[in-house]
Design a protein around this ligand. Structure first.
Ligand SMILES: [Zn+2]
Length: 178
């Protein structure tokens, strides 16, 4: 599904179903919605096979990815540690939604502070998110932006694909509002 098609379907689904997650009921103002293929066949673009899901429900449904946050009802089935990690992930994604780019160390430390975990733990969480299969990438800030002598800092952003998807959604919801 290219960006134009995705945008078209997004608008269609908003009109047909409303702009919320079919999985957990979260509104577009509370989360990022993506166009999901019910049968997980990305080529099957028939109307009845498409629905809007939040990122969390989409990841949960898609076995290749790990779940992101707690928009499921069976909270008891996950351990405290898993819950902390999921909350941390949610925190990171929400921080990224606002600014797109965040300092790596800042995320580690503010995440640790916010959830009462050690910086080592939040670093471990973040490392997974920035891994090859994760949704984020860690990059060195362009040295050109810094005066000589300043070490380049590590920053974090969505991998390009995800970022593109986010932009499409943003464009889609703008279109819907106007
Ligand atoms: Zn959901």
């Amino acid at each position: 599904m290219n960006s134009r098609t995705r945008k078209k379907w997004y608008t269609f689904l908003v009109k047909r179903d409303g702009e919320y997650c079919k999985g957990c009921g979260k509104l577009a103002t509370e989360c990022q919605l993506v166009v999901d293929h019910r049968d997980n066949d990305s080529k099957n673009n028939t109307e009845s096979n498409l629905q809007l899901l939040c990122r969390s429900c989409n990841y949960r449904k898609n076995p290749r990815n790990e779940p992101l946050d707690l928009c499921v009802s069976n909270k008891n089935s996950i351990s405290i540690n898993q819950e902390k990690e999921l909350q941390f992930r949610k925190f990171v994604y929400e921080s990224l939604d606002e600014s797109q780019v965040i300092e790596y160390d800042e995320l580690i430390n503010s995440g640790a502070e916010y959830f009462g975990i050690s910086p080592e733990t939040s670093k471990r969480y973040l490392k997974k998110m920035c891994s090859e299969l994760g949704q984020l990438e860690k990059f060195k800030n362009s040295p050109g932006l810094f005066r000589t002598g300043n070490k380049p800092r590590w920053k974090v952003r969505y991998k390009e694909k995800v970022l593109e998807e986010l932009n499409q959604q943003l464009a889609g919801s703008e279109e819907f509002c106007s």
